[in-house]
Design a protein around this ligand. Structure first.
Ligand code: G4P
Length: 189
């Protein structure tokens, strides 16, 4: 049976500017079976770590967070990025600078959603610059909860995010780790 890593890689389309196109299975049209398998694999890697909550940021991390949470038997929370709506005003919030979009935005999580006795696993589709994931880490720390680690589908090991997290002693687990892109080809770690 093919590994989850090769299944994910088989689906990726690499563009000339080094972007992995995944909108046909991961962050627009959703391959439910593949996402479920990814969630199960993430859950397997963090089994026994006492995880009580899965945290992501809207929007692309949400399906992965749901499958991971379902497998681990815990609830999932997604930080709000776009609008507060009728969400409680009592929130943990932090500002995130996005290099790719060259703008800052605020992410918010209700104080009711994370407690100080939670052990939180952060998940997302990509880890590249890592600013939004670092923002999620800040929110978990502000809540006084523990960070079990960060798990992503694709880690771009040649960008700053992975190193910034490991410098903070945060465990990072990626289903696919890309060491670099060479002559238009993904080179794995
Ligand atoms: P950062 O803004 O938090 O620092 O994030 P990062 O550099 O890690 O990535 C910026 C955005 O671009 C993120 O989405 C991330 O998922 C996405 N991204 C990074 N590399 C790739 C890639 O190779 N392919 C694709 N398809 N996306 C990539 P976001 O702005 O958080 O948007 P959302 O989709 O979660 O709403």
């Amino acid at each position: 049976m093919a590994s989850i890593e090769s299944k994910l890689l088989n689906n990726v389309i690499l563009t000339q500017d080094g972007i992995l196109q995944v909108d046909h299975f991961l962050n627009h049209q959703l391959d439910i079976d593949l996402l479920e398998e990814a969630g199960k694999e993430i859950a397997r890697r963090f089994k026994g770590e006492g995880v009580t909550k899965i945290l992501t940021v809207e929007s692309s991390g949400i399906p992965l967070a749901c499958f991971t949470a379902q497998t681990m038997g815990v609830s999932a929370v997604y930080a709000r990025k776009f609008q507060i709506g009728y969400m409680s005003e009592d929130v943990f919030e932090t500002e995130v600078h996005s290099f790719s979009q060259n703008k800052a935005y605020t992410i918010r999580v209700s104080k009711k959603a994370i407690q100080d006795d939670d052990v939180v696993l952060i998940v997302d589709d990509f880890l590249a610059n890592g600013m939004s994931i670092l923002g999620l880490c800040e929110i978990v720390m502000e809540a006084g909860a523990e960070i079990a680690g960060v798990s992503v589908v694709f880690e771009k090991a040649y960008m700053d995010g992975p190193q910034l997290l490991r410098q903070r002693d945060v465990r990072v687990e990626a289903l696919v780790t890309i060491a670099r892109i060479e002559n238009g080809v993904l080179v794995l770690e």
